[in-house]
Design a protein around this ligand. Structure first.
Ligand code: ZN
Ligand code: ZN
Length: 222
């Protein structure tokens, strides 16, 4: 049950922060984003990858690569919103392409969360800064408030929907490892992109490096 609720709370908290504090994407949010990237990457590497490779199956790597590829394709539509990269434009129309790509991304990452507590935490932490950034974008756009709310509510329900589908009987046990490997590919791409983009100008930033190290350490001892 927590696996279904926590991802929804994470998005709603992000939306509330965006409404109450009206943040532009400031250095505080960027730090939170860097932390979440490091945390998500290390929960994937420490917990999720070994679990997948414990199954003796040489082909499993192909599913990881497929996940990476899907994420690359999704980012053509989202322009990188799932890793905190958003382009402000004053459009009045509902951003369908952004919406659909983000929802597919959130659906995919929902699959493993009910069976892997560490990945659940990794994804919840990842969702908070992303929800703040997407909500700020929606609230600053010329869209109607109810449209932004529907966007956020549907987006928030996608990850629980993914874990719900994963629990259904037609998802056979033998499919689980390939599905998880596919999700690993998606998460590897998203988290490494967050870290990569957080040091874009390659200038030394002690607090950024600090929160990244903190993300690695907390994930290790979790
Ligand atoms: Zn980007
Ligand atoms: Zn994500």
């Amino acid at each position: 049950m927590t696996a279904l609720l926590l991802p929804i709370f994470a998005v709603l908290i992000g939306f509330l922060i965006a409404i109450i504090f009206k943040p532009t994407v400031n250095s505080g949010i960027k730090l939170l984003l860097s932390f979440s990237g490091a945390f998500l990457l290390s929960t994937t590497i420490f917990e999720f990858l070994p679990e997948i490779y414990a199954v003796q199956n040489k082909e499993i790597g192909i599913y990881i690569i497929a996940g990476l590829l899907i994420q690359i394709i999704l980012e053509f539509g989202s322009k990188g919103a799932e890793h905190g990269h958003i382009h402000q434009k004053d459009s009045k129309t509902f951003p369908w392409l952004l919406f659909v790509s983000l929802c597919i991304h959130a659906l995919i990452e929902g699959f493993p969360v009910s069976e892997n507590e560490h990945i659940l935490y990794g994804i919840v932490v990842h969702k908070i800064p992303i929800a703040i950034i997407i909500s700020s974008f929606l609230l600053l756009s010329k869209m109607k408030l109810w449209q932004s709310i529907i966007f956020i509510l549907v987006f928030a329900s996608m990850t629980p929907l993914g874990s719900f589908i994963n629990q259904q009987a037609f998802i056979l046990e033998s499919y689980k490892t390939p599905i998880n490997a596919f999700v690993v590919g998606v998460l590897l791409h998203v988290s490494t992109t967050i870290l990569f983009e957080s040091s874009k100008n390659h200038q030394f930033n002690a607090s950024k490096l600090g929160v990244i190290l903190l993300g690695f350490i907390i994930a290790y001892y979790l």
